[in-house]
Design a protein around this ligand. Structure first.
Ligand code: AKG
Ligand code: FE2
Length: 214
């Protein structure tokens, strides 16, 4: 409803190989959210520990053949959910297809994601500037989908101190980064409180990655 009155936001290049697609998942967000509830019932959200012994403010889980995990032993991908010992829930075929289509739009053909990291932000939760570099398949892009409350996404360069762009990401927005931008620093500013009819007082984010080549 309010989408009618939202300012028109055009696709925008954030860097070489990095494209912002406002609203690209808008038609699909209800489906994604419904499927997300099933996945989270099987592999519950949890607050992971950083290698330094602190806790992430964002709650996470995964689906796919591999899932991202962190504890005092470091950042890594695991084939099983360490909480349950069971494999992660399967990545729904339509999710993988959607991520592949978005990657192709950004110029990355035949993207075949193995992992979907699911992030859930409550007010105040944030993700500091970081690179996604626990994958060896660095020729594959990252495809990121935002659901629910709006957030401020920061997108910089290959060095932590490079200047950052600040992009307001709304529900249904998609960002793809790969190629020369694959290791760009990025993060999410502390979430502002609010209410969204899709997700209530939360923001969700799905990031699709290929972890290992071949
Ligand atoms: O929540 C977001 O939009 C970004 C998430 C992210 O950078 C990550 O999961 O590595
Ligand atoms: Fe990231």
């Amino acid at each position: 409803m309010d989408d009618l009155f939202a300012p028109i936001r055009a696709n925008e290049t954030l860097g070489l190989g990095a494209v912002f697609y406002p609203g690209a998942a808008l038609h699909y967000q209800q489906t994604l959210m419904t499927q997300l509830r099933t996945i989270v019932a099987e592999a519950p959200l949890r607050r992971l520990m950083t290698p330094g012994g602190r806790f992430f403010s964002v709650e996470m889980t995964n689906c796919g053949t591999l899932g991202w995990h962190s504890d005092q032993a470091g950042y890594r991908y695991e084939p099983r959910d360490p909480l349950s010992g069971h494999p992660w829930p399967a990545m729904p075929d339509n999710w993988a297809r959607f991520a592949r289509d978005m990657a192709a739009r950004a110029g990355f053909g035949s993207f075949d994601p193995q992992a979907c990291l699911i992030n859930c932000y409550a007010p105040g939760a944030r993700m500091g500037l970081h690179q996604d570099r626990d994958e060896t398949a660095l020729d594959s892009p990252v495809v990121s989908v935002s659901l629910g409350l709006e957030a401020r996404f920061l997108f910089g360069g290959a060095n932590r101190t490079d200047p950052t762009r600040r992009v307001t990401v709304l529900s249904g927005d998609v960002i793809v980064w790969g190629g020369k931008s694959r290791l760009a620093y990025h993060g999410i500013a502390p979430l502002r409180p609010g209410y969204h009819e899709l997700t209530g007082e939360r923001r969700w984010n799905l990031t699709f990655r290929r972890v290992r080549a071949g």
